[in-house]
Design a protein. Structure first.
Length: 139
């Protein structure tokens, strides 16, 4: 059994693993605003297109388009977030424990980033501890 299993590292996390943080509110608001604007545009176009009651096919087609637009917004936001995080993750991979990764709207990316930072910090502490232990045992 490894001394530093992933589960142990997450259980001893230095950073609280909270995906919804106050720093993320502006990013959440931007994604929500994009969704509201696209929903408004779809509603206006649908009202002009369907003078009366839409048929079942038209209703489901509109629902499908709405869902696909929502998915496109989320996908685009995720790509932008990963791009925004790239420099910080690169610094983290190069050994900078305080890599200043910016908060992003996506709760999954936020929680994953926090977990990675916590694991790296814990590994750094363990390396220091092992180094001290090794130096003491060599004396």
């Amino acid at each position: 059994m490894k001394r530093n299993s992933e589960r142990d590292l997450l259980n001893r996390a230095d950073v609280p693993l909270r995906p919804f943080r106050p720093q993320n509110i502006p990013a959440y608001a931007a994604v929500l605003a994009a969704w509201l604007v696209s929903a408004g545009v779809i509603a206006i176009l649908a009202a002009r297109r369907f003078d009366g009651k839409p048929t079942t096919f038209e209703f489901w087609a509109l629902a499908l388009v709405s869902v696909m637009i929502g998915i496109a917004i989320m996908f685009t936001a995720s790509l932008l977030n990963l791009r925004k995080m790239k420099a910080g993750l690169t610094r983290l991979a190069e050994g900078d424990v305080n890599s200043r990764i910016p908060p992003v709207w996506c709760p999954v990316l936020t929680a994953a980033t926090q977990a990675v930072i916590s694991c790296v910090r814990r590994l750094e502490k363990d390396r220091e501890s092992d180094k001290i232990h090794k130096e003491r045992s060599e004396r």
